[in-house]
Design a protein. Structure first.
Length: 271
C-alpha cells in the first residue's frame, strides 16, 4: 500500500465511520473497485486509532464526566441519578456487541469480502430503515430518558454493525429514533456507546501489531492512516451533530441508496 492509498482510505474511514453510511462497506468496496491490495494489520490499527482519537478529542469532556460520575457512584452517594448511571448503561450496552463481535467477526468478514453485492444490498436496506426511523420516530426524548432498557435495545442493535453495509452509527441512531429519542440525542448517544467498542478494538489490534511488529517501510503508512482518519473523523462528528439539530437524516439515506443501487447495477452488468 502506498502513502496515497493510505491517505484516501484514512479519509474514507474518518468520514464513514462517524456518518451513518458504513465505513466497512466503503473500505471493502473502494479497494475492490480500484484493484488495491488488502490493507493488512498495520493499516487496520491506524484506522481504529484514528477513529478513537477523533472521538476522544471531541468528547473529552463527556468522557471526563463519565469517569467522575462512575467513581462517584462507587462511593457513598451511589448510582442514584441519571448522570451517575450513564457509565453503567454504556458498559451494559457494549456487552452484546462485544460478545457478538468476538464470536462472529471473522466468519462475517470473510463472507462479505467475497460478496460485494451483499454489501451494496445492505447499504440500501439499512438506508431505508434509517429513513423509516427518521420519519416515524417520536423524537421527543432527550439524554435524561436513557435507561438500562433503552441502552440494551440500542446495544443489541449495535451488533448488526458487524455486517458491512449496516453502519455502527447508522444502526444505533436508527434504534434510538425508533425508541423515541430526538436526532441530536440519538447521534450523541451513538457516539458515546461506540467509544468502548472502538477503544477495545484498537487495543486488540495494537496488541497484535506489537507482537508481529511494524513491517519495514510501513511506519509512514501507519502515521498517514492515523492522522487522516482522526482529522476527518473529528470533522465528521462536528458536522453530524450540527446537522441533526435542524435537519433530517435523509441526505445520508439518499447517499446510501445512490451508492448501493449504482454498485448493484454495475456489478450485475459486469458479470
Amino acid at each position: 500500500m502506498s502513502i496515497l492509498h493510505a491517505a484516501i482510505l484514512g479519509i474514507l474511514q474518518g468520514l464513514t465511520e462517524v456518518l451513518p453510511i458504513s465505513s466497512s462497506a466503503h473500505l471493502i468496496l473502494v479497494p475492490w473497485l480500484m484493484g488495491w491490495p488488502e490493507s493488512g494489520l498495520t493499516f487496520d490499527v491506524a484506522l481504529h486509532l484514528g477513529t478513537f482519537i477523533a472521538l476522544f478529542i471531541y468528547f473529552w469532556r463527556d468522557i471526563l464526566d463519565l469517569v467522575v460520575n462512575f467513581f462517584s457512584g462507587l462511593g457513598r452517594q451511589g448510582f442514584r441519578n441519571p448522570a451517575s448511571r450513564l457509565p453503567l448503561y454504556l458498559i451494559a450496552g457494549t456487552i452484546p456487541a462485544a460478545i457478538f463481535g468476538k464470536t462472529l467477526e471473522t466468519p462475517i468478514e470473510e463472507l462479505f469480502r467475497k460478496s460485494p453485492a451483499l454489501i451494496a444490498t445492505f447499504l440500501v436496506v439499512f438506508g431505508l430503515l434509517l429513513a423509516f426511523a427518521d420519519t416515524i420516530g417520536a423524537k421527543r426524548w432527550k439524554m435524561d430518558r436513557i435507561n438500562l432498557k433503552t441502552t440494551l435495545l440500542i446495544g443489541i442493535a449495535q451488533c448488526l454493525a458487524l455486517f458491512p453495509g449496516v453502519s455502527r452509527s447508522g444502526i444505533t441512531i436508527t434504534a434510538a429514533l425508533l425508541i423515541g429519542f430526538n436526532r441530536e440525542t440519538a447521534a450523541r448517544f451513538s457516539f458515546l456507546l461506540s467509544l468502548p467498542i472502538v477503544a477495545g478494538a484498537g487495543i486488540l489490534k495494537v496488541g497484535h501489531l506489537v507482537k508481529a511488529g511494524i513491517p519495514p517501510g510501513e511506519g509512514g503508512i501507519l502515521l498517514t492512516g492515523v492522522a487522516t482518519s482522526a482529522v476527518f473523523g473529528y470533522l465528521s462528528i462536528a458536522f453530524l451533530l450540527k446537522l441533526v439539530q435542524s435537519h433530517t437524516l435523509y441526505p445520508f439515506v439518499w447517499y446510501r441508496l445512490m451508492v448501493g443501487v449504482s454498485f448493484l447495477g454495475w456489478y450485475l452488468l459486469a458479470r
